[in-house]
Every structure is written in C-alpha cells, then in structure tokens.
Design a protein around this ligand. Structure first.
Ligand code: FRU
Length: 495
C-alpha cells in the first residue's frame, strides 16, 4: 500500500515530490533567505511524461517544502531543464520597481515536431517572477533562442558575467557545449563551441554549467565546466563530468595542466556512483559559495525503481571546491555545512580492527537518517569493506581496496534489485591513484541512499538501494588487523 511504501522508502531528508515523477533539478537560485529548487516533473504519472517545473523551497538546503507547480507545458511544448537568475539590474525590464525579477531560462521541447521526425524540436524560452518565485509569467515573445538545426539543443544554464557585464548561457548541443551571450536575457548571440576533442562522448551531453571558482589555498581563479552525459558514465548510464579551464567572455579553453590529466583519465567525474545526475549549481549564493544538487538516479533504471506513488529524490546539497595537485585538478564536493545543524544522537568509538567487527549495532542510532565519519589509520594493503545490514541478510557493501586501489559500492544483495537487470549486475568502482595509509570517509545515509565522500570529497560515490527492511547495523567485514578506526556517527534529527 501507499502507506507502507511511504514508511519504507520515502527519504527522510532528501527531497522527493509528494507524488509523481521527478528528474533533473532546475532553476536553482537563492534570494531573500530562501533557496529555490525547481525540478523536471510529471505530476500525473510515475514515469517520465509531459514535463512541468515542480517547485520546492528551503531556508537551509536540508529541509524542503514543496510548492505549487511553477511552469506547465504550453503550445510551444514541454518545459525541459534550465536555470534561473536574479536579474539585479533589471536588464530584462521585467521588474516592476519593487523587487528584482527572477528570470527562468528553460528549453521548450515540442512533442509534435518530434513525432514528425523534425530536427528543430528544441528551443529556449523564458519566464519571470516578480514575487520571488511564487508565480511565473511566460514571456510573450518566446522562444528567445530558436533551434539552429541541432536535434538535441537544450538545458540553458545562465549566469551574470560581472567582468564583461553580460549574461552568458551554456547550452548542451548534441555532445558539445555552446556558449551564447545576451544583454537582456531576450536576445542571444552565439559565441563558441566546446568539446569536440575533450572528455567523454559515450552519450549525449546534457545539463551543462559554467562557473568561476578560486583554487583552494590561492587567489588563482579558474573556470569549471560541468557537463552531464547520458549514457557514458564511469559505471554506466548517466553521470557528470567536469573540465577546468578559462573563460574570456566568449569561449572556454582547457587549462594546460588539466589537459594532461584529461589525456590520462579521458574524462574527470564529479561523482563515481551510479546515482548522481544533472548536478548544476545555484545562482546568487553570497560569498562565492558554489552549491550543487543532483538527481539521485540514473536513466538506466529510473523509471522502474520500486516506488509507485512518487519516483526519485535529489542528492544532498553539496559545496564544491577546486584543488590543484601535481596530477591535475580535483573538483571536490562535500555536504553543505547546514546538515550539521540537524545532528542528534551520537555514537563515538575508537576500534582496533579485526574482521567481523560490529561498528554500529542495532538500536544505537537510526541508520536510515545518519551521517557517519570514519577515520582509518595505519592501513595495510588489504581491503576495508563495510556492510550495512538488516535482519533479512540484505546488505550494501562499500569501502576501499588498498590493493587494487579503488573505492567500491556493492548493492548486488541490497534487497529489491530485480526490477531492472542493469540495476545491480555489477559492483561500482572508482579508481584511486595510490594506496592509502590513512583515509577518511564521510557517509550520508537515508532510507534508500548512500553518499560516500572520500578524503574531504576528493572522490565521491552516490548510490540508491531498496532493502525489504531498513538497514540497522554497520559492520566491518574484511580482515584488516593492525589498523585503527575512529567512528563518529550522528543521527539526523529532522521532521
Ligand atoms: C536530463 C534531461 C535533460 C532534459 C530533461 C528532460 O536528464 O534529459 O537533458 O532537459 O532531462 O526531462
């Protein structure tokens, strides 16, 4: 029944819509103390359908409150993914004086043209709000950017380029990123294309995002281009890749140091798990913070996961930072600090390791809403594997293999897995450049998800699962004598 499903699978603190289908987060922005998140939404079914923009708001990026639907499909088509910007100088002229307008820039996807086999299916439209997102008015001269003859031409991500006083739009065009500029958000000029010889091309490029960021511990500014790709992810299906370089107001060029890294690694991934797609960042967050949220699923099986009333949730909001190393650049991401506010009941232990140790026992804290920090010291060349378990023998196993040098998540025995053959037919892996003597994990657990942040977010893995009974204990299942482990676990208290 629906009640049982709610209890079993509705995430405790990740956003999921009350009913219906959800995919990408859209139009992320912050204004007057409120974070707004819109999302690809089909309210009338639990599979993808005619797209709307659903809406949810938060004061702290952790606790979300669903709002009425913001944008409905119209005669120009479905409302596909896009972004929103706070137009502080009223460049658009949509402002009425009292308040800065917020302008949403999205893709129109015309199902009629698609059915007729046309190429010009996708164009870009805008809508604005003068009441901080409560109500939206579509611009009467839509579309503002017509299709130039490219079938996949979508997901506009816009930002205000302070240096050149212009709006910049990054758009996904087949498997390239296109850059456009504008003075008023209504008239757009093509500037350049990026991507021909760079990164992963195993699928179509979607939901791009370009932003400036300071290199950690320096004053150097770099530009990061996130490009989501489907399929073609590191563990198959949908995933997000990133590029590091420079932007001169017209084109994005890859940094030389990053270029060498890219030659070796082929593509750099924001998250190596199978369930973080369409991550993009918020507009207008103070103090240059760069916060992203992704859709916690994968097109490989998103429409078949075992929930009926609603489908899917978003990832934890994450703050990104850029670290420069000898090997290249690492786009790190960690949960936003606001999550700390919800820390409740705690368990703290120091343990000398041997195999089969129980780390968190049944009843100590609720593992379907928890943050666990694990610190490993004096590590050997062995495998450090952790298992989340329930009384039915179902488990999610994850950890680090210091011998093969990789992180892994194994959900092959995690409960309901047979709804789609490609959901749990493999162990997901993330390669490491070396074996570690010390390592840190931050693990964020909800009813149906695990988000692993390795060494302050230098490597991240996010995956979902559907156990038949909640996981209630955490054990160490490998033989790693001699090492010590500090565990610091908190329940998340949220209603
Ligand atoms: C990515 C995506 C976007 C598109 C939207 C449609 O998941 O395919 O490219 O705009 O979903 O819902």
């Amino acid at each position: 029944s629906t009640v049982a499903e709610e209890k079993q699978y509705r995430p405790n603190f990740h956003f999921s819509p009350k009913k219906g289908w959800m995919n990408d987060p859209n139009g992320l922005y912050y204004k007057d103390g409120i974070y707004h998140m819109f999302f690809q939404y089909f309210p009338d079914g639990n599979k993808w359908g005619p797209m709307h923009w659903g809406h949810t708001t938060s004061k702290d990026l952790v606790k979300w409150e669903e709002q009425p639907i913001a944008l409905y499909p119209d005669e120009l088509g479905y409302i596909f993914s896009g972004s929103a910007v706070v137009d502080k100088n009223n460049t658009s002229g949509f402002g009425t004086g009292a308040d800065n307008p917020v302008v949403a820039v999205y893709t129109y996807h015309d199902p009629k043209r698609e059915k007729d086999g046309k190429t010009d299916v996708e164009s870009q439209g805008i809508a604005y709000s003068v009441d901080n997102g409560k109500s939206w008015i579509k611009y009467r001269n839509n579309p503002v950017l017509k299709n130039p003859g490219i079938r996949d031409f979508r997901d506009p991500k816009v930002f205000w380029d302070t240096k050149r006083k212009q709006w910049v739009m990054t758009l996904a065009a087949q498997d390239r990123a296109h850059f456009y500029t504008s003075k008023d958000l209504k008239e757009w000029m093509f500037q350049s294309e990026f991507g021909k010889d760079s990164g992963g091309h195993g699928g179509v490029w979607e939901c791009p995002d370009l932003f400036p960021i300071k290199v950690e511990g320096s004053n150097e500014e770099k530009w990061v281009l996130i490009v989501n790709i489907n399929p073609g992810g590191p563990n198959r299906g949908s995933a997000g890749q990133y590029f590091v370089g420079d932007f001169d107001g017209r084109s994005f060029t890859i940094d030389e140091h990053f270029s060498k890294q890219l030659q070796k690694e082929k593509a750099c991934w924001l998250d190596w798990g199978r369930d973080n797609y369409a991550s993009v960042s918020f507009d207008n967050i103070p103090q240059d913070k760069r916060i992203i949220i992704g859709w916690m699923s994968n097109w490989d099986y998103a429409q078949e996961v075992p929930t009926e009333a609603w489908r899917s949730s978003t990832t934890t909001a994450r703050e990104v930072s850029l670290k420069k190393t000898k090997e290249g650049y690492i786009l790190k991401n960690v949960p936003v600090s606001q999550l700390e506010k919800y820390k409740g009941k705690a368990v703290k232990k120091e343990i000398s390791l041997a195999s089969g140790k129980k780390l968190i026992d049944k009843g100590e804290i609720d593992l379907s809403k928890a943050v666990i920090d694990v610190d490993l010291k004096k590590m050997t060349k062995g495998v450090y594997s952790f298992a989340l378990k329930n009384s039915l023998g179902e488990q999610v196993i994850f950890g680090i293999d210091n011998n093969t040098k990789e992180l892994f998540i194994d959900r092959t025995k995690s409960g309901k897995t047979d709804f789609k053959s490609n959901f749990a037919d493999n162990i997901s892996k993330a390669p490491l450049t070396k074996s570690y003597k010390n390592a840190k994990f931050k693990i964020v657990l909800d009813k149906t998800s695990i988000e692993i942040f390795f060494n302050d977010g230098e490597k991240v893995m996010t995956e979902i699962f559907f156990p038949n009974e909640s996981f209630s204990e955490l054990s160490l299942t490998s033989d790693t004598k001699g090492s010590t482990l500090n565990i610091n676990a908190h329940q998340i208290n949220i209603k």
